[in-house]
Design a protein around this ligand. Structure first.
Ligand code: ZN
Length: 156
């Protein structure tokens, strides 16, 4: 099975038109097809585009970072938190392991904090302006590793 490595520039905006992220002025983002490196809805849109093509697409939350799951939200007593002075927007790893999920503080009361384990962009429809800059066949190394190498890709 041959797969491609695709590079593209993007500007990500939310539903109010606010820019959340952009590759403009930097290296394009590079990914290996079918490796789950970018959100599935965007990968589907990039397929079939040619170098130089531009597209304005809106990806529904379920094809982006998923719907917001209330089961991933928990209230924790302040005295169970490892640090003081916690405020809304702070992000923590919910454990010492590097693979522990990252949670975001969404509410602070006098006694409790609310921690949200959803991705910060979960539940949001996302709009991308994309421009395809390169398509090439993946190397054997890239296929074996499951990610793209080189400019904008993975560095070892
Ligand atoms: Zn690699």
């Amino acid at each position: 099975m041959s797969k491609n490595v695709i590079s593209f520039h993007y500007t990500l905006t939310d539903q109010t038109g606010k820019t959340l992220d952009s590759s403009a002025g930097g290296e394009p983002l590079t990914f290996l097809e079918e490796a789950g490196q970018i959100i599935p809805g965007l990968e589907a849109q990039l397929r079939g585009m040619k170098v130089g093509d531009k597209k304005h697409v809106t990806i529904k939350a379920k094809d982006a970072y998923g719907e917001h799951d209330a089961g991933n939200v928990m209230e924790v007593p302040l005295d169970k938190m490892p640090t003081r002075g916690i405020k809304v927007g702070d992000r923590f790893r919910a454990g010492k392991e590097s693979y522990a999920p990252v949670v975001t503080v969404t509410k602070v009361t006098e006694t409790h904090v609310t921690l949200d384990g959803n991705h910060p962009l979960a539940g949001m429809d996302l709009t991308f302006d994309v421009e395809l800059t390169q398509v090439r066949g993946a190397t054997e190394d890239e296929l074996a590793h499951g990610h793209a190498h080189g400019l904008g890709g993975h560095h070892h």
